[in-house]
Structures are given as structure tokens and as C-alpha cells.
Ligand binder design. Structure first.
Ligand code: 5GP
Ligand code: MN
Length: 337
């Protein structure tokens, strides 16, 4: 759903030329957050702008191969510089989030006077204040929306191989390699446009999924063998990870990406959860199959949100108490035996 109060020409003029443009995405950025941000970054650079990308906290190692991703500034590491860039921004793009709470500590600095704000996102209920909004929950990923945005601007000719590589990464990761959120023919039309740029899709797959540390694979094995609790009576399974266990496996940010999906491959399981103990809170990830909305579940009980079948949240309770709370909610949603 695009905001029709601005014409494409108008927006193109606003973001072109010698402009200070800032791109911001969400906490714990994933492949779509970084892929869409860097795809847009390379596109804006070719329009003559001076884009900057700021993320709230560190990005996972499996995305560091993305061309020029070293320009990305991490708000928590480089707060002074980041605040200065935000203050000076003439245009700010908000990518891949629907609530400014998702930007963590950056939130309070994100409304500098005079900046023109553009939101591009595919989460339900867009709640970020912006001057121009492109939001559609039926689209696979923000990266796909960035392509549609560029096309809407009439500049699809400027989707270079590097832009295509970044956007492909976002679509591939947000659809679990085209296994979910990927039933719309439009996604494949965009993918074919990206492939026409001659990108090496197998290399992108390899960069993202076949470059983990040995410890990460052993951690996955440990989680599945020793830490997964299956409750067939509630069609639910979950995995939890303590700080101590993370230390033992030299846990790095991004190492648990995708763990939450594994329990869903068990016959009869419709709801999967992953709990991770951090210094400051417990981070939760939820996935479901079919009609059960983890977005609503997470919003209601764990101050979170996301999509219908993929959401996240957090808890200030201890890990054990969080799991207890989670278990006590299951009879309200699933019948039990
Ligand atoms: P993940 O489980 O991969 O971290 O996140 C799955 C989905 O839920 C993503 O769309 C992400 O944006 C959203 N999400 C993750 N954590 C949170 C959270 O704490 N709050 C909200 N509102 N959404 C979240
Ligand atoms: Mn996304």
C-alpha cells in the first residue's frame, strides 16, 4: 500500500542528488534488514546521494560478506557519530520494522526536525510515523519492496548486480529459501529481474548458510538433542539456551538464527519457540504453521510482534519463569489430550 499523496517523480527528486540520506533498520538485524538496507544504499549512491546505514546493534557474521557492509554504523558502538548522522539527515528511510520500539536505544533520536521520512516494510499494522509509506504484508520481504519501490520510481534500470545481490539476500533469507512467505507470483517476477543482473545465487546461498563456525553446528546439535522439549499434546515444541551454554559454545550474535524453525519439522508440531537468556532479558522467537498467529501471541504475552507465522518478543522474567509462563499459556490455545 503506497501513499499516493506523493508522485514517484516527487519522491525521486527528493532522494536524488547531493543529499544526506540515512537508512535505519531494526534491532538484531537479519538478512532482510541488512539486504534491503544495503540494496537501497547502493541504489541511492548511484543516484548521487551520500547514504549512511545505522543499525541499533551488531549484525551477524553471516552477512558481513555483503558488499560495503563495513560502512554500516552500529548505534551502540558508535553512538556519538550515529547521533550526529541522524541529526544531519535530510531523508531517513526506515526499513523492515513497523514500530520504532524495534530500534531500541536509537528510538528517541529518530525524529530530527525537518527530515523527510520514508517507511518501507512488510509487517502488519505499520506504526512508524513517516511522510511516505510503502507497506504491504503480502510481500515476501522488505528487500522485495525495495525493488518495487525502485521500479515505482521508474529507475529499475539502476538495479545493478550489487543492488540485486543485496536484495536477493533479503528475499532468500526472509522466505527461508523460498519455503514460506513466498507464494505470490510477484516474488518470482522480482527474483527473475534480480537474476537477470547475472548474480551468483548459489554463491549467495553459500555465503549465508555454509559459512558457520564448527561450534555453531555443535550448538545446534546440542539444542536439538538435549534442549528441545516436545509437547505433542499441545502441538508445541521449544528450545531454550542459557547464558552459560552460550559461553560454552563461544556464542556469537546470529549463531542461533534459524534454530526456532527445526521443531516445526516434527510431525504434528504447529507451534515452535526458542528462548535465549541474555544479559538484560530473555529473547523469544516464535514460529507457527497454519492459522495460529504467533504475532498475536507474542504481542499479547511477551511485548513483541512480527508476522502471522514468525514473531519475536522479550521477557524480563528469568529464563525458567519465562518458560513456565509460556507453558501455562499453551492450554489456552491448544486443546491438549
Ligand atoms: P526472529 O524470531 O527471527 O528474531 O523474528 C521473527 C519476526 O518477529 C521478525 O519479523 C521480527 O521483525 C519480529 N520480531 C522479533 N523480535 C521482536 C520483538 O521483540 N518485537 C517485535 N515487535 N517484533 C519482533
Ligand atoms: Mn523482513
Amino acid at each position: 500500500m503506497s501513499d499516493l499523496s506523493y508522485s514517484a517523480q516527487n519522491i525521486l527528486k527528493t532522494i536524488s542528488g547531493d543529499k544526506r540520506v540515512l537508512i535505519v533498520t531494526h534491532m538484531n538485524p537479519d538478512g532482510d534488514a541488512i539486504g534491503s538496507s544495503m540494496g537501497l544504499y547502493h541504489f541511492l549512491k548511484s543516484l548521487g546521494a551520500h547514504p549512511e546505514v545505522i543499525i541499533p546493534n551488531k549484525m551477524p557474521g553471516f552477512l558481513k560478506w555483503i558488499p560495503e557492509s563495513s560502512i554500516i554504523k552500529v548505534f551502540t558502538h558508535n553512538t556519538g557519530k550515529a547521533k550526529e548522522i541522524i541529526r544531519g539527515a535530510e531523508i531517513i528511510f526506515f526499513l523492515d520494522f513497523n514500530s520504532s520500539d524495534r530500534t531500541g536505544k536509537m528510538k528517541e533520536y529518530l525524529s530530527p526536525a525537518g527530515a523527510f521520512r520514508i517507511l518501507i516494510d512488510h509487517h502488519p499494522d505499520p506504526g512508524v510515523k513517516a511522510d511516505f509509506v510503502m507497506s504491504d504484508i503480502s510481500v515476501s520481504s522488505t528487500a522485495e519492496l525495495v525493488y518495487l519501490f525502485i521500479e515505482w520510481l521508474g529507475r529499475a534500470d539502476m538495479v545493478s548486480p550489487v543492488v540485486a545481490e543485496c536484495l536477493y539476500t533479503g528475499i532468500m533469507t526472509d522466505t527461508g529459501c523460498f519455503s514460506y512467505n513466498s507464494s505470490q507470483p510477484g516474488t518470482y517476477r522480482v527474483l527473475s529481474k534480480l537474476l537477470e543482473q547475472g548474480i551468483d545465487k548459489d554463491k549467495i546461498y553459500d555465503n549465508v548458510y555454509d559459512n558457520f563456525s564448527e561450534k555453531r553446528i555443535r550448538l545446534l546439535g546440542y539444542c536439538l538433542d538435549k534442549k528441545m522439549v516436545v509437547m505433542q499434546e499441545y502441538q508445541t515444541a521449544y528450545i531454550s539456551l542459557t547464558k552459560k551454554e552460550k559461553e560454552k559454545y563461544s556464542f556469537a550474535i546470529g549463531d542461533s538464527e534459524g534454530f526456532v524453525n527445526y521443531p516445526l519439522s516434527i510431525k504434528g508440531i504447529k507451534f515452535a519457540a526458542f528462548f535465549m537468556e541474555n544479559e538484560e532479558n530473555v529473547k523469544l522467537s516464535f514460529r507457527s504453521k497454519g492459522s495460529f498467529s504467533v504475532n498475536e501471541f507474542s504481542r499479547k504475552h511477551f511485548s513483541g510482534g512480527g508476522h502471522h507465522n514468525a514473531a519475536g518478543g522479550e521477557s524480563e522474567l528469568s529464563l525458567d519463569d519465562t518458560i513456565e509462563k509460556f507453558r501455562s499459556l499453551l492450554p489456552l490455545y491448544f486443546e491438549g489430550d
